[in-house]
Design a protein around this ligand. Structure first.
Ligand SMILES: *Cc1c(COP(=O)(O)O)cnc(C)c1O
Length: 372
């Protein structure tokens, strides 16, 4: 049988092991060290805007710390994009807070500003002003940050930008992850670059960065013995993982180019009467972490037919994220919107998108799809 084509698999650049070996040679085999500091400054230079970055054990832990640092506590409400991976919303429950889900719009597939404002007005009317907004740049397509920031400012609500899938994406040249009060990145194995597992929190000040590192290392007060005045977490990134990250940062721009190349291939070769694509709005630049298509409902085949045909040929494809307001764990929470995300979930498909796919791999995918 021909080799498996994965949706998105790790793609090493070549220098990762050098940084990992350095960690071994100097015995920095710990959740701190030169690679952790080095990766943080690499990300800071890459995203610019004078932001400060704390390297963490995952994107999920970064979202959790962003909520804590936005003073979200038990009983609070947090507005969260419904169309996303569950990791965007789970940390709201870790805090004992209540998620309020917001639908998407068709231009970016991300948080709908109209539904967002409708929700804020309604929650305030009910006596519960939301504490924070979690907006996601899904599949690397930037959300409508200008409109969302305007609404957040108008009602004075903190914005947490889940850029787990959007490292390398920009709006008007400004990096996703730098628009909110906090931003987060993920370096899980399937993301555009990986540390095997890891994440980062983007902060506005050096003090906030230090505070995040404090919480992430069990909130140890300044004392010779172990003294604790705050709840602590074990969320810091390993210096070994950070070494992988430093190597990956050297090839990030190449990875963005390769992922965008996959998208262009599908866009140029698939039948536009059968498949629709999400174009970049003007001044938006998407890293195209995953290439996605909508399978037109007028076809004599549907999304599942495409997915199963690919699966039969040892090719991994996935439906788009199932909206959170439809998930058993989240369905009891409030939701605002017009079922845009439900439509996307019903007809959308993620195609193989790894930066390590060859032209031959892509042609193999195309041949299977065209044969349906
Ligand atoms: C991957 C991902 C996360 C979580 O990141 P981890 O590093 O896996 O914890 C959060 N949000 C979105 C949108 C993601 O895709």
């Amino acid at each position: 049988m021909t080799h498996k084509i994965w949706l998105s698999s790790p793609h090493m650049g070549g220098t990762e092991q050098k940084f990992v070996n350095e960690a071994f040679d100097t015995n920095w085999v710990a959740p701190l060290g030169p690679n952790v500091n080095g990766l943080e400054s690499d990300i800071e230079s890459y995203i610019g805007e004078n932001k400060k970055v704390t390297a963490l054990s995952s994107g999920t832990s970064a979202i959790h710390l962003a909520l804590i640092m936005s003073n979200v506590i038990a009983g609070d409400e947090v507005l969260c994009q419904s169309f996303t991976f569950s990791a965007s919303a789970n940390p709201i429950l870790y805090q004992g807070a209540t998620p309020v889900f917001i639908d998407s719009e068709f231009d970016t597939w991300n948080m709908c500003p109209l539904a967002l404002e409708e929700a804020i007005i309604d929650r305030i009317k009910l006596g519960k002003k939301p504490k924070a907004i979690i907006v996601v740049h899904l599949y690397g397509m930037p959300a409508q940050m200008d409109k969302i920031a305007d609404i957040a400012n108008k009602y004075n609500i903190k914005v947490i930008e889940d850029a787990a899938e959007a490292l390398g994406s920009t709006i008007n040249g400004r990096a996703c992850g730098t628009f909110g009060d906090f931003g987060i990145f993920s370096f899980n194995g399937n993301k555009i670059i990986t540390t095997s597992g890891g994440g980062a929190l983007v902060c506005n000040t050096f003090e906030a960065k230090q505070k995040a590192a404090f919480y992430a290392t069990q909130s140890r007060d300044d004392a010779a013995h172990y003294e604790h005045s705050y709840i602590g977490y074990n969320y810091r990134m390993s210096n070994i993982c950070a070494g992988i990250g430093r190597g990956q940062m050297e090839v990030l721009n190449q990875r963005v180019k390769q992922r965008r190349g996959n998208y262009d291939f599908y866009f140029n070769n698939l039948d536009k009467n059968k498949f629709t694509f999400l174009n970049e709005p003007a001044s938006y630049f998407a890293n195209r972490w995953l290439s996605t298509v909508l399978v037109s409902e007028s076809n004599n085949f549907n999304r599942e037919d495409v997915r199963l045909a690919l699966e039969k040929e040892n090719i991994e494809a996935r439906p788009l994220w199932k909206p959170m307001h439809l998930q058993p764990i989240f369905e009891k929470y409030p939701y605002y919107g017009n079922k845009v995300s439900e439509t996307l979930f019903d007809i959308g498909l993620c195609l193989p998108s790894g930066s390590n796919l060859t032209k031959k791999d892509l042609n193999r995918v195309l041949k299977v799809i065209n044969s349906i």
